[in-house]
Design a binder for this molecule. Structure first.
Ligand code: NDP
Ligand code: MG
Length: 388
């Protein structure tokens, strides 16, 4: 079969999702052309990607990063800088993969949607923080938002059998599955002694450090509840979390007639990445194929809300709406950063987020300027509560 070759921008190319996206692209060189990339600190890795894929444009964080990258490259490419560089690259490819970490990914999300591109979104933090602004940007003709996050990609696939009516009235609830992380079954007492090293050992997924910590606190699942409400226009009361330690069922949709649809595969992020790149086609690489010739056990249990209060904080942020999700996500970024630098203990992470949320003042979040003000304020309060 022949296809019109599509251009791809991979922003956050040097991270966990970035590297797995490159692997999908290596399998599909005739279908996709990697035209632009962005990264943070790993400049030699960025240079290696430019050489391998003959990339035309690169975005980096600063002028200093640009000079260093220039020295590492054997060829001349256009190098753009900062938030403006990210939005520029996001606006100039057919498909944009947002694999940047954290709130720093915002210019990519808004840039791609406002330019009417297909956005394959791994960067959940930008969607959660900027939900009202993203909703407006999705109205741009041609704009398409597809979730790379495995749970939401599963739900996207399950909802495909449902008539596309606003807010899905036939859906009783979305069931987000959670592995439970490395501390599943730990008591509140045991969790007081949990360490960063314990938290970084995820039982089923290999991911970047921040999301691995988020999985250990269940904040990742809390953020995913907010992500689901923003993506599918379904209120948080219709989004439930189910612990499923095997990470085979990636999420489920329950309909009013009691029917539950699920998507299953081995845990491999290349599958949702390939789904977002290929839609409406399926790319013919069985990244997640399950071997049903051996026995396979799938179990489900409710999350321990008392031991993992991050979930309750996320539902509360959903109830408050406006800038509350932006505060939750910003405070969490600060707290996780502090844990990774050994400045606080694991059990302090969610406590810092909770203390920050106490200072939230209701804000409807109607502009980019107000989003940045809220993000700054949440980070200041979180930094202050680190000191305590
Ligand atoms: P990593 O930390 O592994 O990678 C983050 C990427 O972002 C790196 O390429 C990093 O560059 C880049 N980056 C950071 N800051 C900037 C910046 N200011 N400008 C440009 N690039 C920047 O994270 P993950 O790949 O694990 O996660 C990426 C996103 O995907 C997160 O939002 C996460 O929640 C989401 N996600 C990840 C999953 C996974 O399996 N890993 C699953 C589902 C969602 P460098 O390394 O060069 O500094
Ligand atoms: Mg996920």
């Amino acid at each position: 079969m022949s296809y019109a070759r599509q251009s791809v921008a991979l922003l956050g190319a040097t991270g966990s999702i970035g590297v797995q996206t490159l692997d999908v692209l290596r399998h599909e060189r005739e279908r996709f052309e990697l035209v632009s990339i962005a990264g943070g600190e790993q400049l030699s890795e960025l240079a290696a990607i430019v050489e391998e894929f003959d990339v035309k444009r690169v975005a980096v964080k600063s002028d200093a990063h640009r000079s260093t990258l220039r020295e590492l490259l054997s060829r001349s490419v256009e190098i753009v800088v900062g938030d403006e560089g990210l939005s520029e690259l996001a606006a100039s490819a057919d498909i944009v993969v947002n694999a940047v970490l954290g709130f720093a990914g915002l210019p990519v999300t808004l840039g791609a949607l406002r330019a009417g591109k297909r956005l394959a979104l791994a960067n959940k933090e930008s969607l959660i923080a900027a939900a009202p602004l993203v909703a407006a940007a999705r109205e741009t003709p041609g704009a398409q938002l597809l979730p790379v996050d495995s749970e939401h990609c599963a739900i996207h696939q399950c909802l495909a059998s449902s008539p596309a009516r606003a807010h899905y009235p036939d859906v009783t609830r979305l069931l987000l599955t959670a592995s439970g992380g490395p501390f599943r079954g730990w008591s509140e007492e045991q969790l007081k002694g949990a360490t960063k090293e314990d938290a970084l050992r995820h039982p089923t997924w290999s991911m970047g450090a921040k999301i691995t910590i988020d999985s250990s606190t269940l904040m990742n699942k809390g953020l995913e509840v907010l992500e689901a409400t923003a993506l599918f226009g379904i209120e948080a009361e219709r989004v439930d979390v189910v612990v499923h330690p095997q990470s085979i069922v990636h999420s489920m949709v329950e309909y009013v007639d009691g029917s539950v649809l699920a998507q299953l595969s081995r845990p491999d992020m290349r599958l949702p990445i390939a789904y977002c790149l290929g839609l409406p086609d399926r790319l013919a690489h069985s990244f997640g194929a399950i071997d049903f010739s051996t026995s396979l056990e799938l179990t489900f249990e409710p999350p321990d809300r008392a031991a993992f209060p991050a979930l309750t904080l996320a539902y509360e942020a959903a109830r408050l709406g406006g800038a509350a999700p932006a505060w939750l996500s910003a405070a969490n970024e600060v707290a996780v950063g502090a844990l990774l630098e050994d400045r606080i203990r694991w059990c302090d992470v969610v406590a810092v987020v909770a203390a920050t949320m106490d200072h939230y003042v209701a804000d409807p979040l109607d502009s980019l300027a107000s989003l940045h003000e809220n993000d700054d304020a949440a980070r200041r309060w979180a930094a202050a509560s680190l000191e305590r």
